[in-house]
Write a protein that binds this ligand. Structure first.
Ligand SMILES: [Zn+2]
Ligand SMILES: [Zn+2]
Length: 766
């Protein structure tokens, strides 16, 4: 026993990081008990604080194990130790004290987490009081970010405040030895939320909503199901009519859907998954993993038409598991939203789903505070490549340094995310959607407000894309109270990679930004740029030769028009044997030719994304698209079919100009010579890689930086990422790619924040 006679010392220890809502205090309690230390542990909004008294050797061990043995969801950022008075430890033993408000930096909020194996075992145990409970959770699992309107993380501050704990839940909640000790979303069938089943005519009385849902799915129905961060639209992935119905109702003709299954074994039966992909699939974040589909599975082709990849994800809420336990087929699971809008997450909005889109609704009365979509990742050569960053990852912070200016970065127009910073960290919000609707701007404003509240942030700067017409940019410029910092689109892309890899803002890098569309510093459309610079600025040292695009952005949906413009600019006749020429038809060609010759309504663009589109059209792969980057994605797939090593093409490198002319002319010649289309697609990819490596090596030879940062939407292409990385390495350079935020515009906000928050105040020396 610890009497005052054995007490040698007392310390106050402060722990910051991801330490709230992850069972950190109970863990500290158990650790102190095990080491027979007296004292207390508490939360405030900035940190976990601990006071311990005991022999100093045991306190040292205690501190070492604080980091080493921390609970699975915790991330310890910093541990600060200091001596304290021995008084106040009169009562032996260790206890948890009430939360206290505090000033200063706020602590981190955990992302939402898949239900854990302990909880699942109880849910399937007939003798357990939570048998079949759809809301089972513990300190190691369940909703976090999506149910927290404010910190500190205590039950009254979550959307669970509406549910008064029963005496048995209360007992577990207050028992330090219980695995639900201080688990805020704790509930049971007696006191927790309940499932509800709705049909077209409204609520339907049933004792088993899960069985009703299975019935509806088996009949080919589309069911809207409330998940962690919003509603999903769900149907039987083995039923072609059901999938076709979902496509028609969601107005989504081509874009692949993801499939949810219960277990790793089921996922492996559908797709080839390597160790990294399996680890990611089965991680607490439970993202959608894009992997190579196996042939001849029960998944119907309508799920992912024209794609050799399949997005797979594992069940992650108790409700999903109850569905699969009750015999659900593999499920198409897609966010319930209307074309580019944010995911629907409020019960008031379900009227928009039921009837027009969903036949039935499986919902419940635990409110979702913050919407959060499913995350999407690819794995390239064993490394993570995020495609959409949301549930399970948001809001993990990125360290920026010390004393930066608190900034709100507003992101881009498509795939918008925002990013807020303190003086030391950046938090990237979850994927919101495509701007341009009131619903998206509303979700943006609400998200920003939530982050500012959670972390007590008051941005002094607003970072905006330089594009004058971006919705969020116009929103930001209406705010007269803070300084606006305009950030060039591709500079932000490059800076996002710098931020992820925690580079010093003054580190000189070669930035390769291959993108669809971005507003250039000269007012034209950029997207095939090579920079040398750092966070403070850049020189555009090389770039794809601009092509005049008739109609500018309107051409994005019509790769054949880009192809015609490219043929025109590279001096190739519009022969009717070429696929885009034949696709256009005589009248449209006559109009386009006049436009191109006169330059009316033509916007010069140096976009690499458009070049991929044009080549896809030349190869007769895709002439018009129904979702972003569709043609380029299909070009990657085609290139992977090549077994010959591909054709050899070379861009013309004339000073700062990367000229696609030689590549385009060679591609046309190969098409006319009847070469294999996959070999041509492969050769085109390799030409882009070779040009990148050649430009970067040339810069290095002239004394430029050895670090080469690659970003922009084109780097969602796994083949390009893989070969660019190995090509740059082979040339003795240091390639850095995205691994935390997506290379597409979803990663823009982090880069904007990195640039703007490090910028010296106006008027100061630079
Ligand atoms: Zn659990
Ligand atoms: Zn209860």
């Amino acid at each position: 026993m610890n009497g005052p006679s054995t007490v040698e010392t007392a310390e106050r220890i402060e722990v910051t990081g991801l330490v709230q809502g992850v069972g950190f205090r109970p863990f500290v309690h158990r650790l102190a008990d095990e080491l027979d230390l007296d004292g207390c542990v508490g939360n405030d909004s900035a940190k976990v604080f601990i006071e311990v008294a005991g022999p100093s050797r045991r306190i040292d061990e205690f501190v070492a194990r604080l980091e080493r043995d921390a609970p699975p969801l915790a991330r310890v950022d910093r541990v600060v130790r200091g001596r304290t008075e021995l008084t106040g430890f009169g009562a032996p033993g260790f206890r948890i004290v009430e939360s206290a408000e505090a000033d200063g930096l706020r602590t981190f909020v955990a992302p939402d987490t898949a239900v854990c194996t302990d909880c699942l075992a109880e849910m399937r145990d007939l003798g357990d009081r939570r048998f079949g409970h759809p809301f089972i959770t513990c300190t190691n699992c369940g909703p976090r970010f999506t149910i927290i309107p404010d910190l500190p993380y205590d039950r009254p501050d979550t959307t669970m405040a509406a549910f008064a704990m029963c005496s048995r839940c209360q007992a577990e909640y207050t028992d330090p030895s219980n695995r639900r000790y201080h688990a805020q979303p704790i509930a049971c069938p007696e006191c927790g939320p309940t499932l509800r089943w709705l049909g077209p005519a409204g609520p339907v009385e049933t004792t088993d909503p899960v069985a009703e849902a299975i019935l509806s799915l088996r009949r080919g129905g589309v069911v809207a199901i409330k998940g962690l961060g919003g509603f999903h639209l769900v149907c039987d992935a083995t039923n072609p009519a059901a999938v076709a119905r979902l496509r028609a109702r969601k107005l989504r003709p081509d874009k692949p859907f993801a499939v949810m299954v219960a277990r790793v074994a089921a996922a492996r039966a559908l797709a080839h998954l390597d160790d990294t992909e399996l680890a990611e699939l089965d991680s607490p974040a439970r993202p959608i993993v894009l992997a190579r589909a196996r042939p001849a599975t029960p998944i119907v082709p309508e799920v992912a038409p024209a794609s050799p990849l399949l997005g797979v994800m594992l069940a992650y809420t108790p409700i999903h598991h109850l569905l699969f336990d009750a015999g659900s087929p593999p499920l198409v699971v897609t966010s319930a939203n209307i074309a580019g809008e944010p995911i629907i997450h409020r019960d008031e909005e379900v009227g928009r789903l039921l009837g027009p889109v969903a036949d039935h609704l499986l919902t419940h009365d635990r409110a979702i505070h913050a919407p959060c979509d499913d995350s999407v990742v690819r794995v390239v050569d064993g490394e993570l490549l995020p495609v959409r960053r949301a549930r399970g990852y948001a809001p993990i912070p990125v360290r920026l340094g010390e004393g930066v200016v608190p900034t709100l970065a507003t992101g881009g127009e498509l795939k918008n995310t925002f990013c807020v910073t303190s003086t030391t960290h950046a938090w990237v919000g979850p994927h919101i959607g495509d701007m341009g609707t009131l619903a998206t701007l509303d979700a943006f404003e609400r998200g920003v407000r939530q982050f500012e509240l959670m972390y007590e942030l008051a941005p002094e700067r607003l970072a905006v894309d330089a594009h004058p017409a971006y919705t969020v940019g116009r929103w930001a410029r209406r705010n007269p109270h803070v300084e606006i910092v305009e950030v060039q689109h591709h500079h932000a892309h490059v800076a996002a990679v710098m931020a992820e890899h925690e580079l010093h803002p003054g580190t000189k890098v070669v930035g390769v930004a291959f993108d669809g569309t971005g507003y250039g510093s000269d007012g034209t459309v950029w997207g095939g740029e090579v920079f040398v610079g750092d966070a403070s600025g850049f020189d555009r040292v090389a770039g794809l030769a601009p092509v005049a695009l008739p109609g500018g952005d309107a051409a994005i949906e019509n790769p054949y028009r880009v192809a015609l413009a490219l043929l025109h600019s590279t001096g190739v006749e519009w022969g009717e044997d070429l696929a885009p020429v034949a696709h256009a038809g005589r009248r449209e060609r006559a109009l386009l030719a006049r436009q191109l010759d006169g330059g009316f309504g033509c916007v010069p663009t140096s976009s690499m994304g458009r070049l991929f589109d044009a080549v896809a059209s030349l190869l007769d792969l895709r002439h018009t698209i129904t979702y972003e980057a569709q043609a380029a994605i299909e070009l990657e797939h085609l290139a992977r079919e090549d077994g010959t090593g591909g054709r050899r093409y070379r861009f013309g490198l004339r000073g700062p100009v990367i000229d696609p002319g030689p590549v385009v002319r060679a591609v046309v010649a190969d098409l006319r010579a009847g070469e294999s289309r996959p070999a041509i697609a492969r050769g085109f990819h390799r030409a882009v890689v070779d040009a990148t490596v050649q430009v970067a090596s040339g810069l290095r030879a002239d004394g430029g930086p050895s670090t080469v940062v690659c970003s922009g939407g084109v780097f969602q292409n796994a083949l390009l990422v893989s070969e660019t990385r190995s090509g740059l390495r082979a040339a003795g350079l240091r390639p850095l790619m995205h691994h935390l935020v997506p290379p597409n515009d979803g990663g823009l906000a982090l880069g904007q924040a990195f640039i703007a928050s490090h910028r010296p105040p106006p008027g100061s020396e630079s």
